[in-house]
Design a protein around this ligand. Sequence first.
Ligand code: COA
Length: 160
Amino acid sequence: MKKNMAVYPGTFDPITNGHLDIIERASDLFDKVIVTIALNTNKKPLFTKQERMDMIRKVTGNFKNIEVDSFDGLLVDYAARKNASVIIRGLRAVSDFEYEFQMSLTNRKLAPNITTIFLMPNEKYSYLNSSLVKELAKFKGKTSCFVPDYVREKLERKFK
Ligand code: COA
């Protein structure tokens, strides 16, 4: 397994500035980072897989070592298929801890050779999530401080 390859999984519905902050940090730490959309979560996404992949590709286009992908099934199986020994997760606030702790330890039990690493985004994004951004867009609130312009336009079009 390559030590220099990491996967950054999430729903990314849509990608926000907080996710981008984590991607930027991960991109500095690893030779390659695969930002990957989990398709089998209980969430009902607003954007299709293709739309989400397109937005991630567009807004990470300036990073040379970022790949965009999606997966079904278990995250650790996906990471192993990709030869990645690291899973990146963002920790925004203490409230994230319990859920992330449970996931990380479960994943470690399933695949001891894959390590989860937590990165903290800039504190200005510590309260941000994709649901909040969608709600703002739905009621015509300003989303420009929370998402890149390309994503803002896609949100506006969705709720037109
Ligand atoms: N900035 C802004 N928002 C952030 C963020 C950041 N840095 N990091 C997380 N968030 C938000 C997301 O936007 C999302 O918001 P939403 O709930 O409003 O959509 C929320 O935090 C949850 O984050 P996300 O990273 O999308 O995680 P998730 O809980 O949707 O999915 C997976 C977590 C994909 C890693 C997990 O479900 C998984 O591994 N699934 C595969 C199946 C599997 O292996 N299961 C066993 C796990 S032990």
